[in-house]
Write a protein that binds this ligand. Structure first.
Ligand code: AMP
Ligand code: ZN
Ligand code: FE
Ligand code: FE
Length: 272
């Protein structure tokens, strides 16, 4: 049975492996297809596709967009998006700047809590991609302010914690529309974290096409519930590891995968 992984981050957001290295590891671990789904950008997709040609791995263009509904943060995956769509390119530029401003606010909040780190250090960790909280967590761990990532989120950076700053307030409707306008198909990422079950009917009305059923933290009960919801709302059930490369606390490439059949279902849905 061919195996795939449709949710992977690289150094073009808050993962810590290059797209080429991700593809190499996908090959070594027996995957047939992957999708690169960096946060709010697609800088790694074409590099992965080129490596995919060399290694014989199918690389689906993807992205993970952050959005909000009634104060809840909701992540939407977009597959098969047109990388050259101008509206999408403009949006990524906007988000890059918004993420920089947000990181500056987080650094200020940390100072107010007696934690003195500098933006310069955060920028050294974020490299080519937009800045995410994991880059800040990395500085906190490196400086010995916390002992690990989990503690960084639990004490300071997690949703609602002392130094949390919300991202730009972009509605789910507008990100789903953006994906749709760039020939992509919109999928609800990790619907259990946070639990957004009650919003699913509205998201379907906004154009949602699929839901991430198989996800590392999902229990058997979660999987059954999301399969039922997928069936009820005619959504493609998808899945992926949400690997951030070699970062501790996330699955490594190849550790979590789903059947190739899922990609076939996505292709059919996209054609409709
Ligand atoms: P951002 O895009 O800056 O909001 O950061 C989101 C990233 O932070 C996601 O990829 C998550 O993997 C990670 N993250 C969010 N909450 C936590 C948490 N409580 N513990 C560890 N990582 C988290
Ligand atoms: Zn991430
Ligand atoms: Fe996410
Ligand atoms: Fe993710």
């Amino acid at each position: 049975m061919k195996k795939i992984d449709l949710h992977i981050h690289t150094i073009f957001s808050d993962g810590n492996l290059s797209p080429e290295k991700v593809v190499k590891l996908a090959k070594e671990n027996g995957l047939s297809a992957i999708s690169i789904t960096d946060h709010d950008g697609v800088g790694g997709v074409e590099l992965a596709q080129r490596a995919g040609e060399d290694y014989g791995i199918e690389v689906v263009p993807g992205v993970e967009l952050s959005s909000q509904k009634e104060g809840k943060s909701i992540h939407i995956l977009g597959y098969f998006i047109d990388l050259h769509n101008q509206e999408l390119i403009d949006f990524f530029q906007y988000m890059r700047e918004a993420r920089l401003k947000r990181a500056e606010k987080i650094v200020l909040k940390l100072k107010e809590h007696g934690v003195n780190i500098e933006m310069k250090e955060v920028l050294e960790h974020s490299g080519q991609g937009g800045i995410g909280r994991p880059h800040i967590a990395e500085v906190l761990v490196e400086r010995g302010i916390v002992s690990n990532f989990r503690e960084a989120f639990y004490k300071y950076l997690g949703d609602g914690k002392s130094c949390y700053v919300q991202k730009a307030n972009i509605s789910t409707k507008s990100v789903i529309e953006l994906i749709d306008n760039s020939c992509g198909i919109a999928i609800l990422a990790h619907p259990s974290s946070p639990n957004v079950d009650k919003f699913i009917p509205e998201l379907v009305d906004e154009g949602l096409m699929g839901i991430e059923v198989w996800y590392p933290s999902h229990s058997h009960t979660d999987i059954e519930r999301y399969l039922r919801l997928a069936n009820k709302y005619n959504l493609v059930p998808t899945g992926g590891s949400d690997s951030h490369g070699e970062r501790a606390g996330y699955p490594k490439i190849g550790e979590f995968c789903v059947e190739y059949e899922i990609l076939e279902k996505l292709k059919i849905k996209r054609g409709k």
